[in-house]
Design a protein around this ligand. Structure first.
Ligand SMILES: Cc1ncc(COP(=O)(O)O)c(C=O)c1O
Length: 400
């Protein structure tokens, strides 16, 4: 039974929200940020901390380690040792740190495109090169191209693989066999695997993800995994994450690197939020959230199938980000996203920013009250009707 009110609309305009920093008539469904009030247990933990009225430098309490260990043990079948865990302020800071520490300038980091666009920034802004291993796309589903992956790993300049598990934007949970095979290839070709698992708790009801480091001893020993409560509990502004590094040598170097980059120290709120999220009350809230998001997706798929049958909804089992195949309209999703925004105010992410075959896709964030999803779908319909009649639109810049 649903006891939390995910239908409630909170006006986030003019609240310094990145997502809602848009014109008053616009509807943002782009960045991965949810429009729900977070779990009450997190709000209580924050209130309690605020009541102390002193906000000094903070250390990581034992209960932070315990909450991660229990959550991964209970729900993800992965027995994490306390010493494997290191606090960090975010997954992207940890990725950038690992890129700097474990690769040298001009080396190549493999990414499986289409993939979360900020990965490219972490690589390129640090003077490394992106090496794409495009995902294969057939019958509306993505799989990994293992032959191409091995070819890419054989390149002596390719020293790291940035894995997205589950995958953003395709919403795919990678299976244990696939992950195990990646581990074998990576070991053979001396490639470090960084597994970004930030979306791991946002799976469809009844589906669970597989932690990369849990599938074999090899995967455990050649990887760094990043996890966080921020995506699933809608608290990315709190900046609270962790890396899991089982292998001692790697761990020491990663610990040193995070500290050198000054991204290993928590704010007064970061650890408290994680402890509250990874609790029984947090779990109950999350289970209801997952049902609600699944309901939003079902509604969107039914609407699209009926009214916009030229769009294909990619089959997904994770994330709240719908990945819409627009190839029957265009393979220039940057221009299409811009057109939709200018005609109706609906702000979607252009698939082209994720590279790979993304330029034929749009990404739509449905982690919002259902009435907003309905509003977004109506706007999409209006825009695409206009788009069909008037396919003369301005080509060029993209909606980020
Ligand atoms: C795959 C992935 N990794 C990392 C992030 C951002 O993580 P953080 O805010 O902890 O840096 C996102 C945000 O959307 C994401 O989708």
């Amino acid at each position: 039974m649903q006891t939390y009110d995910f239908d409630r609309i909170r006006d986030r305009r003019h609240t310094s929200s990145l997502k809602w920093d848009v014109a008053d008539t616009e509807l943002p469904m782009w960045v991965a940020d949810m429009d729900f009030e977070t779990a009450p247990c997190i709000v209580s933990a924050l209130r309690k901390r605020v009541e102390e009225q002193i906000f000094g430098y903070t250390v990581i309490p034992d209960r932070w380690y315990e909450s991660y260990r229990e959550w991964w043990g209970k729900y993800h079948g992965f027995d994490i040792k306390k010493e494997w865990l290191i606090f960090t302020t975010g997954v992207i800071p940890a990725i950038s740190t690992a890129v700097r520490k474990f690769t040298t300038p001009a080396e190549k980091v493999i990414v499986q495109t289409p993939v979360y666009n900020v990965f490219f920034n972490s690589i390129v802004n640090n003077g490394r090169r992106v090496l794409e291993n495009p995902l294969a796309y057939r019958d509306g589903e993505y799989t990994m191209d293992m032959e191409d992956l091995e070819r890419k790993m054989r390149d002596p300049l390719a020293t790291m693989l940035l894995l997205c598990n589950p995958q953003n934007p395709a919403g795919k949970i990678w299976g244990a066999d696939t992950l195990k095979r990646i581990g074998e290839l990576a070991k053979r070709h001396h490639v470090l695997v960084f597994s970004d698992e930030i979306h791991c708790d946002l799976t469809a009801p009844g589906c669970e993800y597989v932690p990369f480091a849990s599938v074999s001893d090899i995967c455990r020993d050649i990887s760094i995994t990043a996890v966080a409560p921020t995506k699933a509990f809608g608290i990315p502004g709190i900046q609270s994450a962790a890396v899991i590094v089982p292998e001692e040598g790697l761990r020491q170097r990663m610990d040193r690197a995070l500290n050198t980059d000054e991204v290993a120290e928590p704010s007064a709120f970061a650890a408290e939020c994680a402890v509250a999220a990874f609790s029984d009350e947090g779990r109950e809230w999350l289970m209801q959230l997952r049902e609600y998001i699944e309901g939003n997706k079902r509604l969107a798929v039914a609407y699209i199938n009926e009214k916009l049958p030229k769009i294909k909804c990619v089959k997904q089992d994770a994330t709240y980000l719908m990945w819409l195949d627009m190839n029957e309209y265009t393979d220039d999703s940057g221009s299409l996203a811009k057109f939709i925004r200018s005609k109706t105010g609906l702000y979607l992410s252009s698939g082209s920013i994720y590279r790979g075959n993304g330029s034929g896709f749009l990404r739509m964030n449905v982690a919002c009250p259902r009435s907003l999803v309905e509003d977004g779908l109506r706007r999409l319909y209006d825009a695409l009707n206009g788009y069909c009649l008037d396919s003369v639109y301005e080509k060029g810049s993209e909606a980020s």
